[in-house]
Design a protein around this ligand. Sequence first.
Ligand code: CTP
Length: 406
Amino acid sequence: MEKHFPQAPFAGKRIHLGVCGSVAAYKALDLLRAFCKVELRVTVTMTEAATRFVTPLSFQSLGAERVYGSMFGEGRTGDPFGHLRPGLEAEAFLVAPVSATTLARLACGLADEMLAGQALAWPGSLLLAPAMNPRMWNNQATKDNIAALERRGHLVIAPETGPVACGEEGEGRFPDLRIICLYALRSLSPQDLAGQRVLITLGPTREPWDCVRFWSNHSSGLMGASLAVAAWLRGADVQALRGPVAPWLPPQIQTRETPTAQEMLRTAEELWPDMHLGIFTAAVADFAPIPFGAEKFKKTSSTKGFNLSFQPNPDILATLARSKKAGQRIIAFAAESENLEKNAHCKLQTKNADLLVANLVGGEDCAFASPNNTALILDHNGGLLRLPTLPKGDLAWRILDCLSSL
Ligand code: CTP
């Protein structure tokens, strides 16, 4: 799991992982490890073909609570109703990798082996992450099976295009594990932001001076990336505007690069009228150096040092907040080096925010460039919540909880 994925909200939730016969079956072990890291309770079913690539013992050793094998033969668990258990016990059902054969079984509603039986007895939507040869993926039979499964509300995570194990190239590569993890977590998340369009600014901005030098700050973009991921997991349609530094975001979150404050403002102004929620985490440079020009400033031009002049940059949040309409909400941040609470109250008003997350900058576990943050959350109804130091992924979740309860 990435540092900006939430962890605490998933502890104790239960997921069932089906594994089919594919070279990619070994990657299901990494998925299991990622799920265990966020303390999900994981049960596994391996098809007979999957056991040709990896063993049940590998899954047991890495934390699976139970590994189901074939319905009647070797690997049987001794439970006559094993084919019904995930449907009764799990909260999400992922098959990764899912083979062309299992897709066909699921599309037909067969229950002729354990995994297919469990899928047929599963009452909700299945998450399916295919891996296969590109010719098999592009075969009309597979396409028809996928279409039938999607029509029934199951979610097929698009495979990637590129080289596959047999040496051919094309569509059919097992999807990025981080994306599969995110879909799995989303199926375990409340969908309280479903239908909401969310704009997030994140990272530092970089204000150029000459063609090689710039003015910026230490922001890592981690808090904004954590909020972008948390909002997507909770059902939002997320649009991220990122400065020149930011963690990985999945393609499901639309991301635009806006390196300078002026570019971030221009893009934000274009998108804001259609948004329901704006989350402003970017550490926008308040001032930009007056540019030297397109040439490189030579050290021989000023052997005794020199002074720079700065001009103010626009306040992106304040600019958008002026045109805030009914139905639009704003989450602002406040980075303070002193008088945290007093300054936070003041910024909640001046930024016209519904929620303000205030943190101290400087020192350990304090905002900039740290994986953790210790924050104070104020809301427009006068509420104030002091949170303990939390990983930013979990803090993002708590911020959205506060928004939901406003
Ligand atoms: N912000 C912004 N554009 C700016 C400056 C800040 O959108 N040019 C947003 C930040 O993303 C944050 C909030 O405004 O949500 C507060 O930022 P902060 O740096 O704490 O305060 P400033 O408004 O810059 O004021 P000061 O630096 O004087 O504390």
